[in-house]
Write a protein that binds this ligand. Structure first.
Ligand code: UT7
Length: 335
């Protein structure tokens, strides 16, 4: 048995900055409401017609991660791509990224676990490396939310929260069992599947039916979120799965050098920080600048924290995520 270790991180966000004031020109909202309830000040949104999308952002993040890892794309044995906003119904973004990057014929796997997508993907990559089947895995989380959001007052609960962007990690085999990913813990609870979902464009109603009754004002064509239910479940599940990671590894919160929560809402992160008595130096948040980028949020935060020198050799890093499905998970990494 081997361990797996992250050796390169990268991220990419579109240039287009959209502030809370910008949104208040499109819908009945304001900076005070968004800041108070979510902590978000601005987000990056793809400019329509720019040609950018989920895969192309993922490619840019992946290129940065590979360069920082010092590993050639030809040495990658497996691509894992996490997204809820794929370019196509099928095939998945994994093969599209492989083609855009000219990566030969390595396997490409897509992960459909929304906000928990990166943590699920990390666990999948870890298992393949642990068994010895693959040595190097490229893991990407990328989201193009803005194309499907309702930027009128009707959609304001959702559209002020989410942003576009991508993050990536390169994982490699590690012989030292005390280094790298120490544990991952994954959960899901399908009874809440439609509490945070987009149900209009789906194979339940195939294309002629959708075209026949398509109505831009129909909320089924935009993401729906039962915000309060999601919030209540998030704080409970975050806590459970973080506690499990600590217990499994014989650690306490004092041992955590950096905790990176999925960037869902700054209020959720602050609640967890208080509950676990973590100091400001132990927690990394960037939702203020990017909003919630779902599968991309943890790798963007990891990449930024690493480049700011907040993750160093031998640090203990804890990741936790919760989101649509519901799905949730954690990972404890010894850097
Ligand atoms: O990644 C995981 C996925 N997501 C999450 O973790 C999000 C979890 N949920 C949340 O973060 C919060 O529920 C929200 C930030 C989405 C909403 O905050 P809330 O405190 O739960 O607000 P609410 O939905 O209960 O709405 C309160 C009021 C309502 O008005 P009335 O009925 O009290 O008159 C809403 O219509 O705020 C109104 N409202 C807004 N007002 C201004 C909803 N969205 C907005 C808005 N601007 N953007």
């Amino acid at each position: 048995m081997y361990n797996s270790r992250i050796v390169g991180l990268g991220h990419y966000v579109p240039d287009n900055i959209v502030t809370n004031d910008d949104l208040s020109k499109l819908m009945d909202t304001d900076d005070a409401w968004i800041t108070e309830r979510t902590g978000i000040k601005e987000r990056r949104l793809i400019k329509k017609g720019s040609g950018e999308g989920t895969t192309s952002m993922g490619v840019k993040a992946a290129e940065m991660a590979l360069e920082r890892a010092g590993i050639s794309k030809d040495a990658i044995d497996l691509i894992v791509f996490a997204t809820l906003s794929p370019d196509l119904y099928f095939p998945g973004c994994g093969v599209l990224l492989q083609e855009q990057m000219g990566m030969g014929t390595c396997p490409a796997l897509d992960i459909r676990n929304q906000c928990s997508g990166f943590v699920y993907g990390l666990s999948v990559a870890d298992q393949f490396i642990k068994t010895g089947m693959y040595r190097n895995v490229l893991l990407v989380g990328s989201e193009y939310h803005s194309g499907g959001m309702d930027f009128t007052t009707r959609g304001r609960t959702v559209s002020v929260i989410f942003g576009d962007g991508a993050g990536a990690a390169v994982l490699t085999r590690e012989e030292n069992p005390t280094k790298g990913i120490q544990s991952t813990h994954l959960y899901s609870e399908g009874k809440h599947a439609e509490e945070l979902a987009i149900i209009g464009p789906s194979t339940k109603r195939w294309i002629p039916e959708i075209v026949a009754d398509y109505d831009e004002d129909d909320s089924r064509y935009h993401p729906y979120m039962n915000g309060q239910l999601v919030f209540k479940n998030a704080v409970v599940r975050f806590s459970e799965v973080m506690q499990e990671a600590l217990l499994k590894n014989g650690k306490t919160t004092l041992d955590i050098d950096l905790f990176i929560p999925h960037q869902a809402n700054l209020r959720i992160a602050q609640f967890i920080q208080r509950k676990f008595k973590l100091t400001d130096d132990q927690v990394y948040n960037n939702i203020m600048r990017y909003g919630n980028t779902t599968a991309a949020s943890i790798p963007i935060a990891l990449s930024e924290a690493w480049s700011e020198g907040k993750i160093k050799q031998n640090d203990t890093v804890l990741l936790a995520a919760f989101g649509s499905g519901f799905t949730w998970g954690s990972a404890l990494i010894h850097w």
